[in-house]
Write a protein that binds this ligand. Structure first.
Ligand code: ADP
Ligand code: MG
Length: 359
């Protein structure tokens, strides 16, 4: 069987087989378009002729060994989580119609097409609109956290069966190092004292909060608005066990937020989770989670800025640079609110200054 590389969509024959449409739809009639060029996977929209009697379009997420040596782990976790959510909380995430792994090469997963409205596109219309939309996302997150609590045994088993994205001290410190390397801190690595402070003052207290099943990538990039205005969560490949605050912080630090909104959304989350009191890791947990996540994103955006600049796409490069600065400001604000030591605060200020932002 000829099977294409990352730039290509999966084999039409195998997709038709998974959908049970072999002999019903001619591969020539399948129309493929790219959903987003930014993914390390390839994400395709597949349109089928109406007469096939099924949904007219699907999203096909294709994981490639070339881009990610753990592609099969990601595929498996995403497929299993979507399958469980489809049973226990229909309407929370896209339906998964099936998938397949080709050993040592790639995997593909066929999903319900949620349309073309990722939440982040809608967040800059007005402050009122942003508040309304993020309120819905908190509702979505609380529903997700409640269902994974209710069926905690099986969701935890799925997380444990994957070697990836463990939320532990070693991983969080490695992510800090990667972010700093991407942000071009001195020599690409933080001084030993700063790393030690990050471990002691950010990672360790953050991990004292109870571990629970989390989405672990709960950003507006991974939320889609569907035709009736409700939202769905996508991208289950990083689901893991960690503090709840990581999910909530990730949503709240998306560039453009304001501090008052964070308190309001936290209250909403607590109410919907039936928690009387404060977050499991306290407000401190939320601040610390914001620091780690904001640095991660800043690092990712710094890399992307460089890639766009090298490709001669100056405008896109500048947009990434601006967002990178906003994430660094979120990291700085989180660190200040958490009361971390001067050395760590200053280091984050320096990273911000180095990217052209003002401390
Ligand atoms: N089922 C879907 N329907 C519509 N759009 C989707 C669907 N799944 C993913 N997308 C879009 O593709 C983007 C990338 O998919 P995602 O699963 O998040 O991959 P990645 O792991 O690269 O982040 C999402 O941010 C979303 O905009
Ligand atoms: Mg994603």
């Amino acid at each position: 069987m000829s099977y294409a590389g990352p730039a290509e969509h999966p084999s039409p024959d195998s997709v038709l087989e998974i959908l049970g449409m072999t002999g019903i739809v001619d591969p020539e009639e399948m129309e493929w378009s790219v959903v987003t060029p930014e993914s390390r996977h390839s994400i395709w929209r597949l349109a089928l002729p109406e007469r096939s009697g099924n949904a007219a379009s699907y999203v096909v997420k294709s994981y490639h060994e070339q881009a990610d040596e753990y592609f099969d782990h990601r595929f498996r976790r995403e497929e299993r989580v979507l399958d469980l959510l489809g049973r226990y909380a229909p309407g929370l995430a896209p339906r998964a119609y099936g998938g397949r792994i080709i050993a040592g090469h790639s995997a593909c997963l066929i999903l319900e097409d949620l349309g073309d409205r990722p939440l982040h596109h809608d967040l800059y219309r007005s402050a009122v609109e942003r508040r309304r939309l993020l309120g819905r996302s908190v509702d979505l997150l609380a529903r997700f956290h409640r269902v994974v609590d209710e069926y905690s045994g099986i969701f935890r088993a799925v997380c444990r069966s994957s070697v990836l994205d463990r939320v532990n001290a070693a991983t969080l410190l490695r992510r800090f190092d990667i972010a700093v390397g991407r942000l071009g801190g001195e020599g690409g690595r933080a001084p030993g004292t700063v790393r030690a402070a990050f471990r002691k003052e950010v990672i360790r207290p953050l991990l004292q909060a109870p571990g629970r099943v989390i989405h672990n990538s709960f950003s507006p990039l991974n939320i889609c608005t569907v035709a009736d205005g409700s939202q769905r969560i996508v991208d289950m490949e990083t689901v893991s066990i960690g503090p709840a605050e990581l999910d909530l912080a990730e949503l709240m630090i998306y560039p453009g937020g304001d501090v008052g909104l964070q308190a309001e959304l936290t209250e909403q989350y607590l109410g919907e989770m039936g928690i009387d009191g404060e977050l499991p890791g306290g407000t401190q947990g939320l601040n610390l989670a914001a620091v780690t996540r904001a640095l991660d994103y800043a690092g990712t955006l710094a890399t992307r800025r460089q890639r766009f600049a090298q490709a001669g796409l100056a405008d896109l490069g500048l947009a990434q640079e601006r967002r990178c600065g906003e994430y660094l400001r979120a990291a700085r604000d989180g660190a200040r609110a958490a009361g971390v030591s001067a050395g760590l605060n200053e280091y984050i200020d320096d990273l911000l200054a180095a990217t052209g932002g003002s401390a």
